[in-house]
Design a protein around this ligand. Structure first.
Ligand SMILES: NC(=O)C1=CN([C@@H]2O[C@H](COP(=O)(O)OP(=O)(O)OC[C@H]3O[C@@H](n4cnc5c(N)ncnc54)[C@H](O)[C@@H]3O)[C@@H](O)[C@H]2O)C=CC1
Ligand SMILES: O=C(O)[C@H]1O[C@H](OP(=O)(O)OP(=O)(O)OC[C@H]2O[C@@H](n3ccc(=O)[nH]c3=O)[C@H](O)[C@@H]2O)[C@H](O)[C@@H](O)[C@@H]1O
Length: 471
């Protein structure tokens, strides 16, 4: 059979993954027409906005969209038309943790994947390659195939591939331009292999072929959960060690450096922090826990669950350090929280540790001033309202103020908490900040960001995560 040539791609889901991923495909494959669709009209309008006020902030993304939009990249809410025209369809919809019913709190909520799949079956009038881009539990492709085969029009045939995404927010464009690997899982039938080759040929426009890994469908699905679980496990491991450092006087930077120098361990992803956030680590580990439990593997489930429990402990431990250090009470005290996003270079706040810390401070009835360079005010209010269901928004607004710069946020405060590692926080004029604070002035660095010695010379009392030194 002649190799399948992909000419038109549809991506269902114009979010953090679908948007950047398919914009980069459009840039690297000018011969392919790419249409990204979503049910959310506001999101599509933002992708199409005349001034490129895109719905997500990601360094380099605007340049990619400027170079391709209206040429071979289109954003639309006309899901059916894009499905009908495409030869290959990415399903890149959200797969959050289930909130109720069987598996609540652990399992993935697959209803967005299912409704996208049902839509493909209902409207497709020719054969398609359907690609799972969303992160899904192992064997989801089988359910998709059952739905597609039971509902498709006569003469239509669907090949299903798994092609999980490994980009990290904040570096998405760089990660997509030069991925460590692209993973494609397929059934090991001739048709499955042909579909796999068709998708591989799309990536081969810019990814070296030795980095395009082809495996079985179930391995591909599980590899995505495994990759996130192992990355998160490294952070929980280093954070567990940070607690020992604080208790013994060891320095977590030095420990991470010494351990990471072993080429078998490697230096990356060993940065102690106030805890990991983001929409996926916790969700994907809980998904793995649920999978393990459903497979009657309770020890395996407990092992992975501990990675999330350690992360919760780290966030709690950080809040408690602040209270303990501020003479065992923060009631009525003024604290600046620098950073609200879950990491630098993104406006995304999903599962951000800053939310948990502020919730803890609100429970102690402290006054908080927040500053983040990219997170919208409305998002901060929404996140705090969800995190503090016992408080009305009016009550929250009495205790929380949003500032427009770091220096403004720190003015007249008793303590500063660094919750996100934004580069601009490294360049703060600490002398001016100190002069304008209530004394003693405290800095709690949850991101290993400040030069603690320099701050101490100015007069600050400084506590850095993973360091047991004197204030
Ligand atoms: N955010 C990240 O950095 C990464 C996310 N992932 C995975 O990718 C998937 C998507 O994640 P995000 O892009 O962050 O989610 P998102 O929530 O930003 O975007 C998903 C989009 O899908 C749309 N959608 C849902 N059902 C639809 C339907 N039936 N038809 C059309 N549109 C529909 C939603 O309106 C939403 O805009 C998830 O499974 C996630 O685990 C994987 C790697 C990285
Ligand atoms: O499936 C996903 O969603 C993605 O999840 C992560 O990407 P992301 O969550 O965007 O960002 P990371 O850089 O992994 O950071 C996650 C959290 O861990 C924290 N972190 C990271 C690294 C580190 O050494 N220490 C640390 O505390 C970050 O501050 C952040 O809160 C993975 O890195 C991606 O490979 C994966 O595709």
């Amino acid at each position: 059979m002649a190799p399948i040539t992909v000419k038109k791609i549809c991506c269902i889901g114009a979010g953090y993954v679908g948007g950047p991923t398919c914009a980069v495909i459009a840039l690297k494959c000018p011969q392919i027409q790419v249409t990204i669709v979503d049910l959310n009209q506001a999101r599509i309008d933002a992708w199409n906005s005349a001034n490129f006020d895109l719905p997500i902030y990601e360094p380099g993304l605007e340049e990619v969209v400027r170079a391709t939009r209206g040429k071979n990249l289109f954003f639309s809410t006309n899901v059916d038309k894009a499905i009908q025209e495409a030869d290959l369809i990415f399903v890149s919809v959200n797969t959050p943790t289930k909130k109720s019913g069987v598996g609540a709190g652990f399992g993935a909520d697959l209803h967005y994947v299912e409704s996208a799949t049902r839509r493909i079956a209902a409207v497709a009038n020719s054969s398609k390659i359907v690609v799972e881009k969303s992160t899904v539990p192992c064997r989801t492709a089988e359910s998709m195939r059952t739905i597609l085969e039971a509902n498709c029009k006569p003469g239509c045939h669907f090949d299903i591939l798994s092609n999980p995404e490994f980009l990290a927010e904040g570096t998405a464009i760089q990660d997509l331009f030069s991925p460590d690997r692209v993973l494609i899982g397929s059934l090991q039938t001739q048709e499955g292999k042909d579909a796999c080759a068709a998708l591989a040929s799309v990536y081969a426009n810019w990814v070296p072929t030795e980095r395009i890994l082809t495996v079985g469908l179930w391995s591909s699905e599980l590899s995505k959960l495994a990759a996130n679980a192992m990355l998160a496990q490294r952070i929980s491991s280093i954070n567990a060690l940070s607690a020992i450092c604080e208790a013994t006087g060891a320095n977590i930077d030095e420990v991470a450096h010494a351990v990471g120098y072993d080429s078998r361990v490697g230096p990356k992803f060993l940065r102690a922090s106030v805890g990991f956030g983001g929409s996926c680590f916790q969700k994907d580990i809980l998904n793995l826990v649920y999978l393990s439990e459903s497979l009657h593997l309770p020890e395996v489930a407990a092992y992975w669950r501990q990675v999330v429990e350690m992360n919760e402990y780290q966030k709690r431990r950080f809040s408690k350090t602040v209270v303990d250090t501020l003479f065992n009470t923060i009631t009525g005290k003024h604290i600046a929280v620098l950073g609200f996003a879950f990491k630098a270079d993104t406006g995304d706040t999903r599962e951000s540790p800053a939310i948990t810390i502020i919730r803890d401070f609100l429970a102690e009835r402290a006054y908080i001033t927040v500053y983040d360079p990219k997170v919208e005010e409305a998002q901060i209010w929404q996140d705090l309202s969800e995190a503090c269901p016992d408080l009305t928004l009016e009550q929250i607004k009495k205790q929380v103020t949003i500032a427009h710069s770091a220096v403004e946020a720190c003015k007249s405060q008793e303590a500063i908490v660094i919750a996100t590692e934004w580069k601009e926080f490294r360049e703060i004029d600490w002398q001016t900040v100190y002069d304008n604070m209530t004394k003693p002035a405290f800095v709690f660095d949850g991101r290993l960001l400040v030069d603690a010695d320099k701050l101490r010379q100015i007069g600050f009392k400084v506590k850095v995560i993973g360091r047991g030194e004197r204030l």
